[in-house]
Design a protein around this ligand. Structure first.
Ligand code: ATP
Length: 592
């Protein structure tokens, strides 16, 4: 079956407010701590404002009235204020990191859980690297922002409000002079952020695409080498890498403008405040202490604006990341499609399967399975044969409800399969697929995957029935030999024997078998054939058959062509008919 990658769509501008709301909803699970952190932020902001104010008072007492004692008392107070400020700042960050980590932990769990409930259709269409990028990069982005930015944004807003209030109290005129840079800042920031939001999203999208490509290139290394496509792959990689470089370059360049712009405005504000303040002091309108408070605040006050501007970008990229995460979480889960259906409990089934007028298409207007009818009795073996693309794998997809029919019905023991929960349905089914699924773990664990509560003895029993025991015993650690992902280190045939053992252990009522096409040495081939006979015994078996032996033993053969069953019968009757099946067998047509 081929995997289809639709071209990446350019993403629409999304709803920032609702994304933020959803992010905050995650916070509400830790309400107590959030309030505590907010309280601390208030304390640290007040202390941060108090420091310069006290410094101004100290200077006025010293310079103005030469009261050295009071001056010293003020200095001591300043020391205490800054000490408390540091302690509280540390604690607020400590608590915030705790909240942030728990929040992203929940998001990651929710996303991963949701991914597992999504229909196969989604995975068939989505680039895996892009998904990986959402589970890792995007969540990491959110995590980083929550760790650092949220507190900064809050404390910046508070500091701004407080410092402006104190400035007004001290000298409204000088406050207006200080505030003249604010509109300049906003105008500059707006100009920059308008570009950066789009660029950040582009950068993340390009990163997702590149990751997808890398994942594919690495997992298909053999094929790449076999077809000598290294250069082509490197070329494609370079193209995607270049795209990422460009979007990264522009996103970072524009972001880099922000601190520079702030710096210029900062210095400008400082100069103006010093000049106008000095003039007012000379005129006796304000004290030297007030100028000190203003110059301190003008920095205090541009710093939070500065921080806000810096954090704004981090926030934007985190919001873009969160949006991408929520996008996946909003996709409909498999079961939800049929919320209206009343599910029936099925303790067991006999294995009778019926297709009634089944029609199905992956894409509208392009039917893949057309008007299909058949009836399979419990314990029968059915072989699907037909040229490539004729719909054999799709039949398996429908049987296992990876996809649901568009019209018609599939009956299991006489009941529509859509009234059986997928999870339960798949418990009745066992799968032995072309690409034997081997994960990193011991042989024992790999076989036990079929039924997790099986004892060691049962695992061994299944391996014996599957003709796998003897090769396992020849491995250095026997059943405890560790296999690597994909089963590197053991042969194709041995992998198949393991997956047969796994299926035997699961003891399904219905067996789905996608026979491997790869040729295997005769001894292993015989072992596999025997093991399969053992496995199919007494079960309803659906086989995408490639081996003549399997086809010959089938009770019913369905010959598929372009989504229709065009012939059906046993091997002998079909050969006698001298139709399409006969052509396939004699090699006149496409091979089976
Ligand atoms: N996920 C999918 N999305 C869209 N079209 C698909 C998808 N999977 C398969 N198809 C298309 O449906 C048709 C039937 O595919 P299917 O995989 O069932 O064929 P097959 O008989 O199993 O072929 P093969 O012997 O090559 O595995 C093909 O035209 C294929 O391109």
């Amino acid at each position: 079956m081929s995997r289809h990658h639709p071209p990446m769509k350019t993403e629409k501008a999304k709803d920032t407010v609702s994304t933020l709301k959803r992010l905050f909803a995650y916070f509400s699970n830790h309400q107590g701590k959030v309030y505590l952190v907010l309280f601390m932020v208030v304390c640290s902001s007040v202390l941060g404002i108090l420091g310069p104010y006290l410094l101004g008072m100290a200077i006025d007492h010293y310079v103005g009235s030469k009261q050295f004692d009071t001056f010293l008392r003020f200095l001591l107070m300043i020391g205490v204020v800054y000490f408390l400020y540091s302690i509280i700042s540390f604690l607020q960050n400590y608590w915030m990191i705790g909240i942030a980590q728990k929040t992203v932990y929940s998001m990651r769990t929710d996303l991963f859980d949701h991914l597992h409930k999504l229909p196969i259709r989604f995975f068939d269409q989505k680039q895996h690297g892009d998904l990986m990028s959402r589970v890792t990069n995007d969540i990491e982005n959110v995590s980083r922002t929550l760790n650092q930015s949220v507190i900064q944004v809050f404390s910046s807003i508070l500091t701004l409000t407080l410092s402006i209030s104190v400035m007004f109290y001290l000298s409204p005129f000088l406050t207006f002079v200080t505030l003249f840079i604010v509109p300049l800042m906003f105008a500059g920031m707006k100009w920059i952020t308008k570009r950066t939001k789009r660029l950040f999203k582009e950068q993340q999208q390009n990163l997702g695409e590149l990751n997808g490509f890398i994942e594919e290139a690495i997992s298909n290394q053999k094929a790449v080498k076999m077809f000598s496509k290294e250069e082509k792959v490197i070329e494609q990689f370079a193209e995607k890498n270049e795209k990422l470089r460009q979007s990264g370059f522009w996103a970072q360049t524009y972001t880099g403008f922000i601190p520079k712009l702030m710096n210029i405005l900062n210095n400008l504000s400082f100069t103006v405040v010093a000049a106008v303040g000095g003039y007012l002091a000379l005129k006796g309108k304000i004290s030297i202490g007030t100028i000190v408070v203003f110059t301190e605040y003008s920095r205090q006050f541009t710093r939070p604006l500065n921080d806000l501007a810096n954090q704004f970008n981090t926030l934007l990229s985190a919001i873009a990341g969160a949006e991408r995460v929520f996008e996946i979480m909003d996709l409909e889960v498999e079961e939800k499609e049929n919320e209206k259906v009343k599910y029936e409990e099925f303790p067991s089934i006999k294995g009778e399967v019926q297709f009634k007028d089944v029609n199905f298409s992956y894409e509208k207007g392009n039917p893949t399975i057309i008007n299909t009818n058949f009836h399979v009795h419990p314990g029968e073996t059915v072989a699907f044969v037909g040229p490539t693309g004729s719909g054999k794998t799709t039949m398996i997809h429908l049987l296992s409800r990876f996809y649901d029919v568009d019209s018609g019905v599939i009956l299991m023991d006489g009941r529509p399969n859509q009234t059986i929960k997928r999870e339960q349905l798949r418990k009745f089914m066992g799968f032995v697929l072309q690409d034997s699924f081997i994960f990193e773990g011991t042989i024992k664990e790999n076989i036990r995957y079929g039924r997790l509560d099986a004892t060691d003895e049962e695992v061994k029993e299944a391996a014996k029935l599957a003709n796998a025991h003897s090769f396992i015993m020849k491995l250095p650690d026997g059943y405890d030999t560790v296999l690597h992902k994909g089963g590197a280190g053991i042969s194709q045939g041995q992998k198949q024997l393991l997956s047969i053992a796994r299926a035997l252990l699961a003891d399904p009522v219905i067996l789905i078998l996608d026979e491997a096409t790869s040729s295997i040495d005769t001894v292993t081939e015989v072992a596999i054939q025997e093991a399969l006979q053992q496995l199919m015994k007494g079960r309803t078996s659906f086989v995408i058959a490639h081996r003549l032996n399997t086809i010959r033993n089938a009770d019913q053969i369905f010959v598929l062509k372009e989504g229709r069953i065009i012939e059906r019968g046993t091997h002998e009757t079909l050969l006698e008919n001298r139709g399409f099946y006969y052509e396939l067998n004699t090699g006149a047509g496409t091979s089976v």
